[in-house]
Design a protein around this ligand. Structure first.
Ligand SMILES: [Zn+2]
Length: 294
């Protein structure tokens, strides 16, 4: 199993095999390419752009796809995925990153906000013209966008997803079957403030490994560490290392945050004994590698 980082700083860290850099954020911030790294692009969540042009937001009978709309429960502000100018802007950015010397592109939040979106006049018209049912039209719209993006990427192409293995197609237009041939792997974010309770991480990982027809990496949050949180996080990674994953990614602020995780694991003899006692061979190997570099 590979171990990797998802980071807000364009820095690689020794002891990690996969390096994902957040180059475009849900708040609308956009950064230059991080060379030799996988660049992660937030597609249709863009709070800044929506503030500048409110007409871009996705629409439903319960109102707009904005965090402040309490009739719905969305974590970000969503642009309508069929807006041609905004789509072109995102694709232009993908092209620009691909021209830099990057490892590849991961797309994130490239889907509809939820089942009842989007009923703006353009989406309703496109749906009618398609002759498809609502679910299939929305899934086709998203898959077509991913196909177009993939055609612009020479390196590794991957996607994140809202981590729902069962009704992602109905809710978001994410059709895992039709996306699988486009990607080299799926990136499943299982973000949390802590992993003191972790059965759901194991549960969702097993479900995704069963349904996704490409390799899977799982992302866990490591940005807000206390000793207790680090211990729970590292034990959760250890349990994941028993599954047939391509890798586990740790979300960190920067390289110092990543080194903090390594140091905690390396210097924690109780944790290392726990790994040996219960025969977590893959995780033991990873921590031994970290120990060499420290
Ligand atoms: Zn729309």
């Amino acid at each position: 199993m590979k171990i990797g980082l998802v980071t807000y700083a364009p820095e690689k860290v020794e002891g990690f095999d996969l390096h994902v850099y957040y180059s475009k954020w849900a708040d609308g911030s956009v950064f230059p390419a991080a060379k030799n790294m996988q660049n992660d692009i937030t597609c249709f969540c863009d709070a800044k752009t929506i503030r500048e042009d409110p007409s871009l937001v996705a629409v439903s009978k319960n109102g707009l796809a904005l965090r402040k709309n309490r009739k719905i429960n969305v974590p970000f502000d969503y642009v309508c995925p069929t807006n041609p100018e905004y789509r072109a802007r995102v694709l232009e950015y993908v092209k620009e990153l691909d021209r830099a010397n990057i490892q590849g592109v991961t797309l994130n939040l490239y889907h509809f906000p939820d089942e009842e979106f989007c009923v703006c006049p353009r989406c309703v018209e496109l749906w009618r013209q398609s002759g498809l049912n609502w679910t299939d039209w929305r899934a086709q719209t998203i898959t077509d966008f991913l196909k177009e993006a993939k055609s612009l990427v020479n390196g590794t192409f991957a996607v994140e997803m809202f981590p729902d293995p069962v009704i992602a197609k109905e809710r978001f237009g994410i059709d895992f079957e039709s996306i699988a041939p486009l990607v080299e792997y799926f990136h499943v974010p299982l973000s949390s403030r802590d992993y003191f309770t972790n059965y759901w991480v194991d549960l969702l990982t097993r479900d995704f490994l069963k349904i996704l027809k490409k390799p899977v990496v799982v992302e866990l949050s490591a940005e807000m560490l206390t000793a207790e949180k680090a211990d729970a996080l590292l034990k959760t990674v250890a349990y994941l290392s028993r599954h047939d994953l391509m890798g586990v990614l740790l979300l960190v602020h920067d390289s110092e945050n990543a080194k903090q995780v390594c140091r905690f694991a390396v210097n924690n003899s109780a944790f290392r004994e726990w790994l040996k006692k219960f025969e977590f061979t893959e995780m033991t190997r990873i921590v031994d590698e970290w120990a060499k570099g420290s």
